[in-house]
Design a protein around this ligand. Structure first.
Ligand code: TMP
Ligand code: ASP
Length: 236
């Protein structure tokens, strides 16, 4: 079957699926940071992220979360529902880190009095700027009702992920989610992996995620392999 390219992103490629309701999402080995300014091929990253994300999506689906995942095709590809991606990234923060720490002068690792929900406009051209709810509704990216649904879903996913990761000895510091419209509902799309989350070892605070790449801290995929191994040991 010849593959018809629908979209190529920085870390994934999407092809047309066997019918009009689905598409094939393939993970690439490319790692990028700072909106693509830093870029490297890390052999095996696609397979690791695919395995990690599939395990996490399977766990969320078992716990009642609707996602785009239909079927795993091979090591790096999955058949997914062809949802209309809502062009905002939903970021959940349990502990201060990354751009939040930098922007507000709060040391990384500082506990937060409540969970933070943030939105960023999904735009490579503009560097994914932070955007608030009234700005999102004002320019018609999502309705107030959709935003409320995404927020509720993201917080529920956070509860499920925290419960899962505590069993693996990993602290879920923060993460990014993407949602899409499909069949009149809002479903979880994209991936959940060390590219899109901050994972710290619970005992040592060692970083097991893409910050190792962003900040040149050593062997990037060592942490990814560790995350996969720990998830397999609690989920399989
Ligand atoms: P930030 O602290 O850099 O804003 O990142 C927050 C979370 O979002 C972190 O877990 C990494 C993830 N993230 C992405 O998935 N894609 C991105 O482009 C960025 C900047 C962050
Ligand atoms: N994914 C984004 C990029 O390439 C940024 C990041 O994850 O830090 O550039």
């Amino acid at each position: 079957m010849s593959e018809i390219l629908l979209y190529e992103g920085k870390s994934k490629v999407v092809y047309e699926g066997p019918d009009s309701e689905s598409c094939i999402m393939r993970y690439k080995d490319t790692a990028t940071a700072f909106n693509g300014e830093k870029k490297e091929d890390l052999s095996g990253k696609g397979k690791l992220n695919s395995s990690i994300s599939n395990l996490i999506f399977g766990y969320l689906m078992k716990n009642g979360v609707e996602t785009h995942l239909i079927k795993i095709i091979d090591d790096t590809s999955a058949l997914v529902k062809k949802a209309e991606i809502i062009m905002v990234e939903v970021i959940i923060r349990n502990v201060a880190a990354g751009s939040f720490s930098k922007k507000y002068g709060i040391a990384e690792g500082t506990a937060l009095k409540n969970t933070i929900v943030e939105f960023s406009l999904k735009s490579d051209q503009l560097g994914d700027p932070m955007i608030n709810e009234s700005q999102i509704t004002a320019i018609g990216i999502a309705s107030a009702d959709e935003l409320a649904q995404m927020t509720k879903l993201a917080l529920g996913i956070n509860d499920l992920l925290c419960a899962l990761f505590v069993k693996t000895g990993i602290k879920l510091i923060d993460f990014k989610l993407e949602f899409g419209r499909y069949g009149g509902k809002i479903i979880l799309c994209d991936e959940i992996s060390p590219d899109s989350c901050r994972f710290w070892d619970a005992d040592t605070n060692k970083k097991l995620d893409k910050d190792v790449f962003r900040r040149d801290l050593g062997d990037v995929l060592e942490g990814y392999r560790d995350v996969l191994g720990r998830l397999q040991s609690v989920l399989l």
